[in-house]
Ligand binder design. Structure first.
Ligand code: UDX
Ligand code: ADP
Length: 455
């Protein structure tokens, strides 16, 4: 009764929302999402989804049980489906050749072998996770090794950002489908294009060769990260002069050649993609002997590390060069607002550094506390609190790590009253109304703008 059967291996921040939207928009397809992590699958089947993403609950509620299914039976889903999305994580290698930079492809290869083992009919295999350029070729080699059934490997990188995943999926700037340019490759490409054409205007669906598709994903993330590092480098300069980084960002962003978005100075970018993908780009460049290209992209990461370190240095310096036993409240732990994800969150770095200086931390976050507990497991001197008012009570400083909208609306007078004096506020996201906080009594340290102090 279903016109197409689709499986997705990997039920994470990318696989889950993407398949939920495909199922929502294509009720005539059967969409099965599988994962080796049985707890994650149970959560997807329940009312408490394993990830927080605005709008996701509603989409899942509409499609689940109708044509969207979550299961741990990976082999059955593979066997039954004609199209298999692979959306497993591809962490950076921690060992051997390319450690710390190259992608660790062992999970991907395992999946390829599992697909091969479980398949008894031809399949289209789609790379959804970001992978190093030329991974599709390796996959083809593994999949077509014994000639039992024919596999076409397609690269269809996902450009959604966490926190806006559902809108990004429903109204993508573009969808990219890369394939081999053989007759079979082009046929497979059309099949994948047809899925998205159910709701995405044709002119927004781009097709390319498979290598261009793979490289476009790495390059897009590298360009986005580069914008943040560029504005963050300017924020450091602003702090030394009388310039204000927000004013500078507005002025340069109005140049239509530059554009206004992604110019918010911050304590640093985080997330599962930017660092990993740039490291990948660096590694690939090096392996082709392109040293200068490698150094160029590496510098985007250098500025990010610098920005995090600089933020902590300012905190220590301004709090009279010692934070031993001082309580510091970290407002937000997610790598950005509207997600429960803390992967590569700048808050992790900041928390660790403050603990090394023997501060006492009170971490609060509306959605990411469970992940924060895991990230800081085994470290002494950290409390985790749901309530930001409780986190700030008795603290010498509040440091804003994540731009949660709710922090703007807090009763900052009440927070100020409950804190030790002098009370410090370090705004790692330029989120709050600094002049008002200063009037209340805080010593305020925005990013890339003059500090507002009382001494
Ligand atoms: C990113 C890409 O945007 C997305 O297209 C890709 O598919 C995956 O990687 P994501 O990591 O979910 O998405 O979030 P993004 O919104 O890009 O933010 C990344 C980091 O940059 C966050 O830590 C965010 O707070 C930070 N950021 C973003 C800034 O510091 N300043 C900005 O102006 C924008
Ligand atoms: P992303 O942000 O890229 O979606 P996640 O880590 O959130 O990354 O999701 C990746 C998912 O892939 C995890 O839920 C993990 O359990 C799953 N996974 C990893 N390896 C395999 C595998 N061999 N088979 C099935 N699922 C896997």
């Amino acid at each position: 009764m279903f016109s197409k059967k689709i499986a997705c291996i990997g039920a994470g921040y990318v696989g889950g929302p993407t398949m939920a939207v495909i199922a929502l928009k294509c009720p005539e397809y059967k969409v099965q999402v599988v994962d080796i992590n049985a707890d994650r699958i149970k959560a997807w089947q329940s009312d408490r989804l394993p990830i927080y993403e605005p709008g996701l609950d509603e989409v899942v509620r509409k499609a689940r049980g109708r044509n969207l299914f979550f299961s741990s039976d990976i082999d059955a889903a593979i066997r039954e489906s004609d199209i298999i999305f692979v959306s497993v994580n591809t962490p950076t290698k921690t060992f051997g050749e390319g450690a710390g930079r190259a992608a660790d492809l062992q999970y991907w290869e395992k999946v390829a072998r599992q697909i091969l083992r479980a398949s008894d009919s031809p399949k289209i295999v789609i790379e959804k996770s970001t992978l190093p350029v030329k991974t599709a070729r390796t996959m083809e080699q593994i999949l077509n090794a014994n000639g039992k059934v024919r596999f076409e490997v397609i690269s269809n990188p996902e450009f959604l950002a966490e926190g806006t995943a559902i809108t990004d999926l429903l109204h993508p700037d573009r969808v990219l489908v890369g394939s081999r340019e053989t007759p079979e490759g082009l046929r497979a490409r059309e099949e994948v294009v047809d899925i998205y054409a159910n709701w995405v205007p044709r002119e927004r669906i781009l097709t390319s060769n498979v290598w261009s598709a793979e490289l476009s994903k790495l390059a897009a993330n590298a360009f986005l990260a580069q914008r943040i590092s560029s504005i963050n480098s300017i924020s450091a300069l602003c702090e030394k002069t009388d310039a204000d980084v927000s004013e500078v960002a507005t002025a340069i962003g109005m140049d239509s050649r530059i554009g206004a978005r992604f110019l918010n100075a911050s304590v640093g970018f985080g997330g599962s993609c930017f660092k990993k993908d740039i490291l990948n780009l660096v590694y690939i460049s090096e392996s082709y002997g392109l040293e200068e290209v490698a150094r160029y992209w590496e510098s985007v990461l250098d500025i990010n590390e610098y920005q995090k370190a600089r933020f902590v240095r300012t905190m220590i310096h301004e709090m009279f060069n010692t934070i031993v036993a001082k309580r510091i409240a970290l407002f937000g732990f997610a790598f950005k607002a509207d997600t429960s994800d803390t992967r590569e969150s700048p808050a992790i770095h900041v928390a660790r550094k403050l603990l090394e200086e023997r501060a006492q931390l009170a971490v609060t976050d509306p959605k990411a506390l469970a992940n924060a507990r895991v990230d800081l497991a085994g470290l002494e001197g950290v409390d985790f609190l749901e309530d930001p008012y409780e986190a700030a009570r008795g603290a010498h400083a509040v440091a804003v790590m994540t731009e949660w909208e709710m922090y703007r609306g807090l009763d900052w007078e009440k927070i100020y009253e409950s804190m030790e004096k002098p009370a410090f506020l370090f705004d790692g996201r330029n989120l709050l109304d600094h002049a008002r906080l200063h009037r209340i009594g805080f010593n305020v340290y925005p990013l890339g703008k003059p500090a507002l102090k009382h001494f």
